[in-house]
Write a protein that binds this ligand. Sequence first.
Ligand SMILES: Cc1cc2nc3c(=O)[nH]c(=O)nc-3n(C[C@H](O)[C@H](O)[C@H](O)COP(=O)(O)O)c2cc1C
Length: 194
Amino acid sequence: MTTQDSRNPLTVAVIVGSVRQPRIGRLVADWFTDRATRRTDVRVDLVDLAEVALPLADTPPGGNPDSPIADRLAAADGFVVVTPEYNHSFPAALKNAIDWHHREWAAKPVAFVSYGAGSGGIRAVEQLRLVFAELHAATIRTGVVLTAPWERLDQQGRLVDDGPLGKAADATLDELAWWGEALRTARRNRPYGS
Ligand SMILES: Cc1cc2nc3c(=O)[nH]c(=O)nc-3n(C[C@H](O)[C@H](O)[C@H](O)COP(=O)(O)O)c2cc1C
Protein backbone atom coordinates (compact mmCIF):
# COMPACT_ATOMS: atom_id res chain seq x y z
CA MET A 1 0.00 0.00 0.00
CA THR A 2 1.23 3.48 -0.74
CA THR A 3 -0.59 6.16 1.19
CA GLN A 4 1.70 9.09 0.52
CA ASP A 5 1.72 11.22 -2.62
CA SER A 6 4.45 9.69 -4.82
CA ARG A 7 5.31 13.16 -6.16
CA ASN A 8 6.34 14.15 -2.68
CA PRO A 9 7.89 11.04 -1.12
CA LEU A 10 9.00 10.89 2.46
CA THR A 11 12.70 10.61 3.09
CA VAL A 12 13.38 7.67 5.38
CA ALA A 13 16.82 7.10 6.89
CA VAL A 14 17.46 3.40 7.49
CA ILE A 15 20.14 3.24 10.17
CA VAL A 16 22.34 0.16 10.50
CA GLY A 17 22.98 -0.06 14.23
CA SER A 18 25.60 -2.81 14.37
CA VAL A 19 29.16 -2.02 13.30
CA ARG A 20 31.15 -5.10 14.25
CA GLN A 21 32.75 -7.30 11.61
CA PRO A 22 31.50 -9.73 10.57
CA ARG A 23 27.88 -8.82 11.22
CA ILE A 24 24.48 -9.65 9.88
CA GLY A 25 23.02 -6.20 10.42
CA ARG A 26 23.89 -4.87 6.99
CA LEU A 27 22.20 -7.84 5.30
CA VAL A 28 19.05 -7.20 7.31
CA ALA A 29 19.15 -3.50 6.43
CA ASP A 30 19.76 -4.25 2.74
CA TRP A 31 16.72 -6.55 2.70
CA PHE A 32 14.52 -3.92 4.35
CA THR A 33 15.82 -1.18 2.07
CA ASP A 34 15.12 -3.28 -0.99
CA ARG A 35 11.59 -3.80 0.26
CA ALA A 36 11.15 -0.06 0.87
CA THR A 37 12.47 0.98 -2.53
CA ARG A 38 9.61 -0.92 -4.20
CA ARG A 39 7.30 1.79 -2.91
CA THR A 40 6.69 5.19 -4.44
CA ASP A 41 5.84 6.96 -1.21
CA VAL A 42 9.27 6.75 0.43
CA ARG A 43 12.83 7.54 -0.60
CA VAL A 44 15.45 5.65 1.41
CA ASP A 45 18.82 6.89 2.63
CA LEU A 46 20.83 3.97 4.05
CA VAL A 47 23.00 5.23 6.92
CA ASP A 48 25.49 2.51 7.86
CA LEU A 49 27.14 3.46 11.14
CA ALA A 50 30.12 1.24 10.24
CA GLU A 51 30.89 3.75 7.48
CA VAL A 52 30.68 6.86 9.65
CA ALA A 53 33.31 8.21 12.05
CA LEU A 54 31.61 9.28 15.28
CA PRO A 55 34.30 9.30 18.00
CA LEU A 56 33.07 8.42 21.47
CA ALA A 57 34.80 11.44 22.99
CA ASP A 58 32.86 14.02 20.92
CA THR A 59 29.32 13.93 22.29
CA PRO A 60 28.39 17.32 23.76
CA PRO A 61 24.87 17.77 25.17
CA GLY A 62 22.49 18.91 22.47
CA GLY A 63 24.32 17.22 19.60
CA ASN A 64 27.57 17.86 17.77
CA PRO A 65 27.36 20.33 14.84
CA ASP A 66 30.37 18.62 13.23
CA SER A 67 28.53 15.35 12.75
CA PRO A 68 29.23 13.85 9.32
CA ILE A 69 25.64 12.58 9.11
CA ALA A 70 23.70 15.46 10.70
CA ASP A 71 22.53 16.75 7.31
CA ARG A 72 21.26 13.32 6.30
CA LEU A 73 19.41 12.82 9.57
CA ALA A 74 18.01 16.34 9.43
CA ALA A 75 16.72 15.70 5.91
CA ALA A 76 14.89 12.56 7.01
CA ASP A 77 11.14 12.63 7.65
CA GLY A 78 11.39 9.37 9.59
CA PHE A 79 13.80 6.67 10.66
CA VAL A 80 14.07 2.91 10.60
CA VAL A 81 16.56 1.69 13.17
CA VAL A 82 17.95 -1.75 12.37
CA THR A 83 19.24 -3.12 15.65
CA PRO A 84 20.52 -6.38 17.08
CA GLU A 85 20.23 -7.25 20.76
CA TYR A 86 23.49 -7.25 22.68
CA ASN A 87 23.24 -8.44 26.27
CA HIS A 88 19.53 -7.62 26.40
CA SER A 89 20.08 -4.09 25.08
CA PHE A 90 21.15 -2.32 21.89
CA PRO A 91 24.70 -1.74 20.57
CA ALA A 92 26.94 0.91 22.07
CA ALA A 93 27.70 2.29 18.59
CA LEU A 94 24.01 2.94 18.06
CA LYS A 95 23.68 4.78 21.37
CA ASN A 96 26.73 6.85 20.45
CA ALA A 97 25.19 7.80 17.10
CA ILE A 98 21.93 8.75 18.79
CA ASP A 99 23.80 10.88 21.36
CA TRP A 100 25.79 12.69 18.66
CA HIS A 101 22.54 14.27 17.47
CA HIS A 102 19.59 15.97 19.04
CA ARG A 103 17.25 18.16 17.02
CA GLU A 104 17.64 15.83 14.01
CA TRP A 105 15.37 13.29 15.75
CA ALA A 106 12.69 15.62 17.06
CA ALA A 107 9.05 15.39 15.99
CA LYS A 108 9.75 12.49 13.61
CA PRO A 109 8.65 8.85 13.69
CA VAL A 110 11.05 6.00 14.41
CA ALA A 111 10.38 2.39 13.41
CA PHE A 112 12.44 -0.63 14.40
CA VAL A 113 13.71 -3.70 12.63
CA SER A 114 15.19 -5.86 15.38
CA TYR A 115 16.87 -9.20 15.44
CA GLY A 116 18.53 -11.54 17.88
CA ALA A 117 18.89 -15.12 18.95
CA GLY A 118 15.82 -15.98 20.99
CA SER A 119 13.77 -12.86 21.44
CA GLY A 120 14.24 -11.19 18.06
CA GLY A 121 15.77 -8.13 19.66
CA ILE A 122 12.62 -6.89 21.37
CA ARG A 123 14.47 -5.99 24.57
CA ALA A 124 16.76 -3.71 22.57
CA VAL A 125 13.72 -2.03 21.02
CA GLU A 126 11.97 -1.47 24.35
CA GLN A 127 15.05 0.31 25.64
CA LEU A 128 15.42 2.38 22.48
CA ARG A 129 11.87 3.64 22.92
CA LEU A 130 12.92 5.25 26.22
CA VAL A 131 15.93 6.89 24.61
CA PHE A 132 13.99 8.29 21.64
CA ALA A 133 11.27 9.65 23.93
CA GLU A 134 13.90 11.87 25.54
CA LEU A 135 14.79 13.16 22.06
CA HIS A 136 11.16 14.09 21.25
CA ALA A 137 10.91 11.38 18.61
CA ALA A 138 7.76 9.31 18.14
CA THR A 139 8.45 5.59 18.12
CA ILE A 140 5.80 3.62 16.26
CA ARG A 141 4.19 0.42 17.42
CA THR A 142 4.59 -1.79 14.37
CA GLY A 143 8.00 -3.20 13.56
CA VAL A 144 9.87 -6.20 12.22
CA VAL A 145 11.12 -8.77 14.72
CA LEU A 146 13.57 -11.31 13.34
CA THR A 147 14.56 -14.36 15.34
CA ALA A 148 17.87 -15.93 14.26
CA PRO A 149 18.08 -14.19 10.85
CA TRP A 150 21.31 -16.09 10.15
CA GLU A 151 19.11 -19.16 9.65
CA ARG A 152 17.21 -17.35 6.87
CA LEU A 153 20.03 -16.71 4.42
CA ASP A 154 19.94 -18.12 0.90
CA GLN A 155 22.99 -19.40 -0.97
CA GLN A 156 23.88 -15.85 -2.02
CA GLY A 157 23.79 -14.75 1.62
CA ARG A 158 20.60 -12.74 1.22
CA LEU A 159 17.75 -12.78 3.69
CA VAL A 160 14.93 -15.02 2.52
CA ASP A 161 11.80 -12.88 2.39
CA ASP A 162 8.94 -15.23 3.17
CA GLY A 163 5.33 -14.10 3.35
CA PRO A 164 5.02 -13.04 7.01
CA LEU A 165 8.36 -11.26 7.00
CA GLY A 166 7.54 -9.23 3.91
CA LYS A 167 4.12 -8.39 5.34
CA ALA A 168 5.72 -7.19 8.58
CA ALA A 169 8.05 -4.93 6.62
CA ASP A 170 5.19 -3.50 4.56
CA ALA A 171 3.03 -2.92 7.65
CA THR A 172 5.94 -1.14 9.30
CA LEU A 173 6.44 1.09 6.29
CA ASP A 174 2.72 1.82 6.04
CA GLU A 175 2.63 3.00 9.63
CA LEU A 176 5.88 4.92 9.34
CA ALA A 177 4.58 6.66 6.21
CA TRP A 178 1.37 7.68 7.99
CA TRP A 179 3.25 9.20 10.91
CA GLY A 180 5.92 10.61 8.65
CA GLU A 181 3.42 12.46 6.51
CA ALA A 182 1.44 13.69 9.51
CA LEU A 183 4.49 14.97 11.35
CA ARG A 184 6.07 16.50 8.25
CA THR A 185 2.90 18.52 7.72
CA ALA A 186 2.82 19.46 11.40
CA ARG A 187 6.47 20.60 11.39
CA ARG A 188 5.82 22.73 8.32
CA ASN A 189 2.73 24.32 9.83
CA ARG A 190 4.50 25.03 13.06
CA PRO A 191 8.21 24.35 13.62
CA TYR A 192 8.55 21.97 16.54
CA GLY A 193 9.29 23.66 19.85
CA SER A 194 8.28 27.15 18.66
C1 LIG B 1 28.11 -8.73 22.50
C2 LIG B 1 26.95 -9.58 22.05
C3 LIG B 1 25.90 -9.79 22.91
C4 LIG B 1 24.78 -10.52 22.48
N1 LIG B 1 23.70 -10.63 23.30
C5 LIG B 1 22.54 -11.14 22.81
C6 LIG B 1 21.33 -11.06 23.56
O1 LIG B 1 21.29 -10.54 24.65
N2 LIG B 1 20.21 -11.56 23.01
C7 LIG B 1 20.18 -12.15 21.77
O2 LIG B 1 19.12 -12.57 21.31
N3 LIG B 1 21.33 -12.25 21.04
C8 LIG B 1 22.49 -11.75 21.52
N4 LIG B 1 23.64 -11.81 20.79
C9 LIG B 1 23.62 -12.55 19.52
C10 LIG B 1 23.30 -11.59 18.39
O3 LIG B 1 21.89 -11.50 18.22
C11 LIG B 1 23.93 -12.07 17.08
O4 LIG B 1 25.31 -12.22 17.27
C12 LIG B 1 23.69 -11.10 15.93
O5 LIG B 1 24.30 -11.61 14.78
C13 LIG B 1 24.24 -9.73 16.24
O6 LIG B 1 24.02 -8.83 15.19
P1 LIG B 1 25.22 -8.32 14.25
O7 LIG B 1 25.83 -9.55 13.63
O8 LIG B 1 24.57 -7.44 13.24
O9 LIG B 1 26.18 -7.60 15.14
C14 LIG B 1 24.77 -11.10 21.19
C15 LIG B 1 25.87 -10.89 20.34
C16 LIG B 1 26.94 -10.14 20.76
C17 LIG B 1 28.07 -9.87 19.80
